[in-house]
Design a protein around this ligand. Structure first.
Ligand code: PRP
Length: 183
């Protein structure tokens, strides 16, 4: 597994520090309010579980799973819901939590879909942002790290459902995914 990694891009220690700061910012911004934290499966689960433990406001947790049509490394732009929220968004302040915003298509779809359900407010939070990959404009309210266009795995992010458990954000060696593309 270590052989597949080219470099550590963001260390577990740096992630911990940043997640604490984000938790403080979010808690301050929502002081006196109650939050519905919407985690987007599966990539966001590790970030989300660390982030919510840094929040000092009352909150509920729920999850959505979405899938973009495409192969392992690129998206076609179409998004469908695989698992919807279980709680109602009525009278709730929503915070969508993602692991990464890449083209922006997933987050744009989620924002439009959830906005149509008329919650009190919606904001977005992502651990990683790759601005140079953006295809559609989407507002990121809380961002952990802006990163260059590397293929990253770890801390929830996968390649072909693997590597999610790595504690750091790591750059995958190109030969790992190029090999698979040729198959
Ligand atoms: C990833 C990530 C976002 C989306 C971002 O999910 O978690 O949901 O892609 O890409 P975009 O900005 O180009 O739309 P993925 O489909 O890989 O599923 P996963 O979370 O289960 O890994």
């Amino acid at each position: 597994m270590q052989d597949d990694i080219a470099q550590i891009l963001v260390s577990a220690a740096d992630i911990r520090r940043r997640v604490k700061e984000m938790g403080r910012d979010i808690s301050r911004d929502y002081a006196g309010k109650e939050l519905l934290v919407v985690g987007i499966l599966k990539g966001a689960i590790i970030f989300l579980s660390d982030l919510v433990r840094e929040l000092s406001i009352p909150l509920q947790l729920d999850f959505m799973a979405v899938s973009s049509y495409g192969d392992d490394t690129s998206t076609s732009g179409a998004v469908r819901i695989l698992k919807d929220l279980e709680v109602s968004v009525e009278d709730k302040h929503l915070l969508i939590v993602e692991d990464i915003v890449d083209t922006g298509l997933t987050l744009k779809y989620l924002l439009e879909n959830l906005r149509a359900r008329q919650p009190l407010s919606i904001r977005t939070c992502t651990l990683l942002d790759k601005p140079e990959r953006r295809q559609v404009e989407v507002k990121v309210d809380y961002c952990g790290f802006c990163i260059p266009d590397y293929f990253v795995v770890g801390y929830g992010l996968d390649y072909s459902q693997m590597y999610r458990h790595l504690p750091d954000i790591c750059v995958l060696k190109p030969e790992v995914y190029e090999q698979r593309r040729k198959k």
